[in-house]
Design a protein around this ligand. Structure first.
Ligand SMILES: [Fe+2]
Length: 133
């Protein structure tokens, strides 16, 4: 299965949606690697991408929220902070010489959390930004 920015994942904000597309592309690359039996090799690459991506993308979202006085800023940022921390912890623990199926599962789990955040919280943010243009 490949990820696509389907309607349920669209926030309606072109900047946010564009960045989400980049994320889904990285996830699809990982899934392709898994199909080819190269999932373990891709774990480090994807985790490295994701850690950097999250840093920039979350900062961009937070800036938009502050600029528009988004009422859920505090809770949204709390999620971002925790997620950033969890990913960094994962990256720090990863042993590139010995990547396990467990690492791949943990990465998949993190991706799932982020996609469901997009579907719920980012979507709410998108709706708010639309209304308060
Ligand atoms: Fe977010």
């Amino acid at each position: 299965m490949r990820y696509e920015l389907t309607k349920d994942l669209e926030t309606g904000n072109i900047f946010i949606d564009d960045e989400h597309r980049q994320l889904l592309k990285a996830v699809n690359d990982l899934l392709d690697a898994c199909d080819k039996g190269e999932g373990r090799d891709s774990v480090q690459k994807t985790l490295f991408f994701l850690t950097n991506y999250v840093k920039n993308h979350f900062a961009n979202e937070e800036r938009l929220q502050q600029k528009s006085s988004y009422p859920n800023y505090t809770s949204h940022k709390a999620f971002h902070d925790k997620y950033r921390q969890d990913l960094e912890g994962m990256a720090a623990k990863l042993n590139p010489q010995n990547i396990s199926v467990g690492d791949l599962t943990a990465l998949n789990h993190q991706i799932g959390i982020l996609v469901s955040h997009i579907r719920t919280e980012d979507k709410k943010l998108g709706q708010f930004l639309q209304k308060n243009k």
